[in-house]
Write a protein that binds this ligand. Sequence first.
Ligand code: LLP
Length: 449
Amino acid sequence: MNPNLPNLLRPFQRNDAGTALHCDGVSLKTLARKYGTPLYVYSARQILERLEMFQRAFVGREHLVCYAVKANSSLAILKLLADRGAGFDIVSGGELERVIVAAPEAVGRVVFSGVGKTAPEIDRALEVDILEFNVESEAELELLAMRARKLKNRARFALRVNPDVFAETHPYISTGLREHKFGIDIRKAAEIYRAAARNKWLEPHGISVHIGSQIRSAEPFGAAVERVSKLAQQLRREGIVLKVLDAGGGLGIDYHSTPATAQGAPARRRGPRYHGGTDGADPAAKVQEYGSVIEKALAGFDCRLLIEPGRFIVAQAGALVTRVLNVKKNGKKTFVITDAAMNDLIRPALYLAYHEIVPVKPRAGKARGVDVVGPVCETGDFFARDRMLKPVEAGDLLALLDAGAYGMAQSSNYNSRFRPAEVLVEGKKHRLIRRREEMRDLLATEVLS
Ligand code: LLP
């Protein structure tokens, strides 16, 4: 952790040692009491700060930050971002409808990615006239042309090319190699653009690339952008003018260096971990570096730049607040059982992802190694194993940090559990942005007889 980080970058901290953890101006205890647990809490301030970091990093050129809706698709968050000029990267018809509901005026700032778009999804996106389709295969391009002809609506498209760039991250979320299902082989792209340019229902509009997620180093982004920008320049010389270059998302965060750790016990790390690596970088500096690496790779190429960050904007703005149900000893092991479970935050179970866990109000005493687990009937239902944690008792609150991205968005009703409520903190104010589910929500789609 960088001790020189300005305070304003930290949403979750204590006012004084020994006091309850806050999200900006609001105590998590107050929020848990008012809204119940498990509860997702987000700092509006940090979400907007992160958006601005990207906007500032590219001030020198026409650009659009298309927030990746999949990271957190809550309507209030989409609206918050849209009001500050963000566009959106979507991957389904459902995400498109969310943007239409939250910020209809932003629909012209939407790019549609994803390897398996259906005809109805394409039709809807053509009808509302999104900015661009990021096309991932020749078959999809044919389908797009067919639908555009049918609706008499010319489709602006970019090919998502696969640059064959390796980026160090978890194997489930690395996407930029030829062996992955994503994108079109960069060696084939020019030919596809040439053919498409002859189709009056298709407008070659951009070129796009996305090499993976939770990438901590800026270099691979540079390598990928350099490759696609060279291709775009070659096509321009042939008269195919691609106005937009979409550099994708993927800039990673530091899951291990959240400031609250410094106030609690150091994390003991054991076994395989995929997400992380502490580099202590200041997030603003990280984005600046990312920006300059991309600018350098573009080498003065005149285009409108799009980027699709998701995690970097929302992850550290959010925490999952949970109450300890009980503390159980099995032989040598101690299990802290919480009211949140893998259905609320699946990242540890799915990727062995690391999330910092901080007592909202720490008790005195020595930290001990414990497993923090949920009530779901699976051994995989854990948030941390062998984690050093200050003593906790039934009824205590814990905050799982850096949970704003791919937390609520990947939640489910497994074990017929109600998904959590969500609260947005705006300075000293807070408001419910999603109520906790109830039984009627779970039964709403079912047919008994
Ligand atoms: N653009 C495209 C085409 C993507 O596929 C993704 C993420 C993004 C942008 C945003 O990437 P970000 O900036 O958030 O890294 N569930 C996983 C992450 C999956 C990412 C999938 N694609 C996790 O919890 O780590």
